[in-house]
Design a binder for this molecule. Structure first.
Ligand code: UDP
Length: 237
């Protein structure tokens, strides 16, 4: 596999990554470990935008399944992503990495609003920018938020750090014959409904030629390996 020449990436972390081995919430030791890997990537000269999900705290669909109004539940999910963003900001700043959180739902006592030009300036200055609250609207997910920010910040790739090490043609937990793709095209992902990101996120990446790199962030050192073109991953392009 050739070494990718990324200058700027968007790293999307599922909320569940922040749980570590817990069943819920934020494991600060685990967040610190992931923050160290993000710092190492940034110290290598990469510009990094981060988007973190909220599934470790609240998902709108789960709330709706219990009878809540879906939009209301989704706003709760978006607030969960802000909490995760603040946890990651704290972990990064403890490592000496200047970090700014920009939220799609304005809350000026807590973080900045999303302002693209300001985010640009932060990146130029070597800061990490964490985009919180997804796209700021219900019925979306942070995958769509990640694709949107990757497009507007002109990122070279969207790296999806999750609990599985790539994209499979079947669920590897249920089917022992499931095969992992090295690369797969956007249209196959959409047509076969492969579990990568939600369809709107995949379509946005396709329309803007942003490769999606799916890898497991749970394996220590994997972010560096993926950035070096090594390690187990699937590239959607
Ligand atoms: N959410 C939303 N709009 C967005 C982003 C997120 O409504 O633009 C809500 C939605 O309820 C979602 C929750 O926030 O379930 C948490 O985000 P997500 O499920 O994407 O987190 P992840 O699965 O990555 O942990």
């Amino acid at each position: 596999m050739s070494v990718p020449s990324y200058k700027r990436i968007l790293l999307k972390l599922s909320g569940e990554v922040l749980m570590g081995e817990q069943q819920f919430g934020i494991d600060t030791d685990y967040v610190a470990r992931v923050a160290q890997e993000v710092k190492d990537a940034r110290d290598s000269g990469l510009e990094i935008c981060l988007v973190i999900g909220g599934g470790n705290i609240f998902r709108g669909m789960a709330g709706a399944a219990k009878g809540m109004d879906r939009a209301q539940a989704d706003y709760m999910g978006m607030l969960a992503t802000v909490m995760n963003a603040l946890a990651m900001q704290s972990a990064l700043e403890q490592l000496g990495v200047p970090t700014r959180v920009q939220s799609a739902i304005e809350m000026d006592k807590v973080c900045e609003p999303v302002i693209r030009r300001r985010a640009e300036r932060h990146l130029e200055k070597g800061r990490i920018v964490i985009f919180a609250a997804g796209v700021g609207a219900p019925y979306f997910t942070t995958d769509s938020g990640a694709a949107l920010r990757a497009a507007e910040m002109k990122c070279d790739a969207l790296l999806k750090g999750t609990s599985v090490d790539g994209v499979y043609d079947a669920d590897p937990k249920k089917d022992a014959t499931a095969k992992r793709y090295e690369t797969v095209d956007y249209d196959t992902v959409l047509a076969d409904n492969l579990k990568v990101m939600d369809a709107s996120a995949v379509a946005l990446c396709r329309d803007n030629n942003i490769p999606i790199v799916v890898f497991s962030i749970r394996e220590r050192g994997n972010l560096a390996r993926v950035l070096a073109g090594e390690g187990t991953q699937t590239i959607v392009k």
